[in-house]
Design a protein around this ligand. Structure first.
Ligand code: NCD
Ligand code: ZN
Ligand code: ZN
Ligand code: ZN
Length: 375
């Protein structure tokens, strides 16, 4: 981290957990709007989840998704392949063999999408055949995933851990030399919403009761505090947004799980650093460095091409009001943090050496590239 006249030059944020909704659900978000939202907020790379329509559970669907993102995304991008409830092990093998992805996402509890895997035999096969398995797990499913990783996996990334109880399970496993090894490491992801929001905020207005719904559901204030503590103890590996946009009309009509997140994640964290809750170094580690390591992002570019630069410039002292002093880029058009007064804002985003965002203006001429990974 370099200090330039009170502004910070940081590596671009890498968001391991987003749902960009393309293809098939593009009335909520697409690679154009989703990547613009990233660019504005300082995210230079996003990883997209497989619960689109169709699901990203065949090589063909993955390649189609890559084509769409290459045409539209203005930031860099990568994809998590999906484990299917109908057993797509042969597709998983093909995708990994061809180097088209190095991660597989599976859903072990009910959430948005049709990807819940209940069959233990399929779960086992997914772990056996994947490099790193990202899991949607809640409560006892976390134990199950840790067990599967130990017995037949090669790496486990536990998404969006919401609570003290659930994080304790993962922390204990991470500290256990039999469960967390070089051959099968365990990583813990926490989202901004499980740090900044809780049931008290959700229940405070009729609107929030509908809007602030997601999987895993928000928990208590004490859970927020435990998550912060764990972060500061070095027990959490990444902050991923779980950017999961739905239209506000859908959210108000019936309970719909998921909220947008990419436009506010970094600013919320910088604001938290101003409040003494976290250091800038830890923010950098959880939002830039660790995601790059876990996703094995290679030192991109051959020497003659020059190395790509993904850099952001953050004004840590800039005061602004969310949803008032900025324009929402996400197609869903709303943010759960509207009217929050924050101190700290991204002011410039450089992707692959090109300025794609500066002081409120997005430059969408340059397109992002697919992130490759290295062994
Ligand atoms: C996500 C979505 O809408 O795609 N929803 C959510 O509540 N988090 C799916 C998920 O990550 O579980
Ligand atoms: Zn999930
Ligand atoms: Zn072992
Ligand atoms: Zn998600």
């Amino acid at each position: 981290i370099i200090d330039i006249e009170g502004k910070l030059v940081m590596p671009g944020v890498i968001d391991v957990h987003t749902h960009m909704r393309e293809p098939g659900i593009t009335y909520k978000e697409d690679f154009t709007t989703g990547s613009r939202a990233c660019a504005k907020a300082g995210i230079t790379t996003f990883y997209d989840m497989p619960n689109t329509i169709p699901t990203t559970t065949t090589l063909e669907n993955l390649l189609e998704k890559k084509k769409l993102a290459s045409k539209k995304s203005i930031v860099n991008f990568g994809f998590h392949f999906g484990g299917s409830k109908n057993d797509n092990i042969e597709e998983i093998k093909k995708v990994l063999r061809n180097g088209e992805a190095n991660t597989v996402k599976i859903f072990m509890n009910v959430t948005t999408g049709e990807m819940l895997i209940k069959d233990d035999k399929i779960l086992k096969k997914v772990f056996e055949n994947s490099e790193l398995v990202l899991v949607h797990t809640e409560n006892e499913m976390i134990d199950k995933a840790i067990e599967l990783n130990k017995n037949c996996g090669k790496g486990l990334y536990v998404c969006h851990i919401p609570s003290e109880n659930e994080l304790k399970k993962v922390i204990n496993a991470k500290k256990n030399d039999d469960l967390n090894t070089k051959e099968h490491p365990i990583y813990a992801e926490v989202t901004p919403h499980h740090l900044f929001l809780n049931t008290e905020i959700r229940e405070s207005t009729e609107r929030n009761k509908m809007l602030l719904r997601m999987k895993p559901e928000l928990r208590e204030k004490s859970d927020n505090e435990f998550l912060w503590e764990a972060i500061n103890q070095g027990e959490v590996d990444t902050i991923g947004t779980d950017h999961a946009p739905h239209l506000i009309s859908e959210k108000l009509e019936k309970i719909t799980f998921g909220m947008p997140g990419v436009e506010t994640s970094l600013a919320l964290m910088i604001n938290a650093s101003n409040e003494g809750k976290i250091s800038l170094e830890t923010i950098q580690k959880l939002m830039c460095e660790n995601p790059a390591k876990i996703m094995k992002i290679e030192k991109r570019g051959k020497l003659q091409e020059g190395f790509f630069a993904d850099i952001i410039v953050v004004d840590t002292q800039k005061e602004w009001i969310v949803g008032v002093d900025d324009t929402i880029e996400s197609k869903c058009g709303w943010t759960p943090y509207k009217n929050w007064k924050l101190k700290g804002k991204n002011t410039m985003t450089i992707v692959n050496g090109k300025i794609i965002y500066e002081n409120g203006k997005i430059n969408d001429i340059h397109k992002g590239k697919e992130i490759k990974f290295s062994e």
